[in-house]
Design a protein around this ligand. Structure first.
Ligand SMILES: [Mg+2]
Length: 249
């Protein structure tokens, strides 16, 4: 990739453009209030950390096409309850849990502070921009519209496109195709080193890991910037650094 000009930029949505973590934090807080009220305040951050880490790999099983969206989320809900002393949820109980969690989550969607300005600068400069995401297209379009990004970032490929998500190379290639650039001239920017940056690199794109301060997920996912750079991944700390991707190397 070194020396190859970037002509278009593909972006991840969750925790890259949209502050999904803040939405999950609000949703998990609501869940703790209702379902885990016995949990001491100092242990509450552990619940969000466990949700984000997806230590059981349920969301990733969904993005591999192995289980449905609601199945993965019900498993994660019960995993949380088991870990923190909540009751096991049957289908009816899960439906109420889902309504609380999802309603709070949706009301909490907000763009990251650096997102709108960074994307608008690219669009104004004539750079093709789009999203490649591991959630469903309709959900991500609503999320982008709700956070002021709907007119700037079209969803070009999602877990719906081939029934699997990143790091499957096809989804990166489809994003580049719809962007109108060769994969070798596309950058892909995301907050997860393995499924985003390394996946894009392996698909022949410039893989860019957005390593915002304090935003790492923990859990089983690799998150080492030095190792990332050594493996040919670019590392940035903010979307404000996107123009640097166009500088000659
Ligand atoms: Mg993400």
């Amino acid at each position: 990739m070194r020396g190859t000009a970037v002509r278009g930029v593909l972006l991840d949505v969750d925790d890259t453009l949209v502050d999904t973590r803040a939405g999950f934090a609000a949703a998990i807080e609501a869940v703790v209030e209702v379902y885990l009220p016995h949990l001491p305040a100092e242990r509450r951050p552990e619940v969000l950390a466990m949700w984000r880490a997806d230590a059981g790999g349920h969301y990733r099983a969904y993005t591999r096409g192995e289980i449905g969206f609601e199945v993965q989320r019900m498993r994660r809900a019960n995993e949380l309850h088991a870990a923190f002393g909540g009751a096991e949820l049957d289908d009816a109980a899960y439906e109420a849990w889902r309504a609380l969690f999802w309603g709070t989550f949706e009301r909490s969607w907000v763009a990251h502070d650096d997102a709108v300005a960074a994307v608008r600068a690219l669009v104004d400069a004539g750079v093709p921009v789009g999203a490649v995401t591991n959630a469903a297209t309709a959900l991500q379009e609503r999320k982008l519209a709700a956070t002021g990004l709907g007119d700037l970032v079209p969803v070009l490929a999602s877990v719906d496109t081939f029934g699997v998500g990143k790091p499957d190379a096809r989804i990166f290639h489809e994003g580049a195709r719809r962007l109108g650039v060769e994969p070798g001239h596309a950058a892909y920017v995301g907050d997860e080193l393995d499924v985003d940056a390394r996946g894009a690199r392996d698909a022949g794109l410039l893989g860019v890991w957005l390593d915002r301060p304090g935003a790492r997920r923990g859990g089983p996912h690799p998150e080492d910037p030095d190792e990332a750079r050594a493996s040919g991944v670019r590392v940035i700390g903010s979307l404000a650094e996107l123009p640097d991707l166009f500088a000659p190397r």
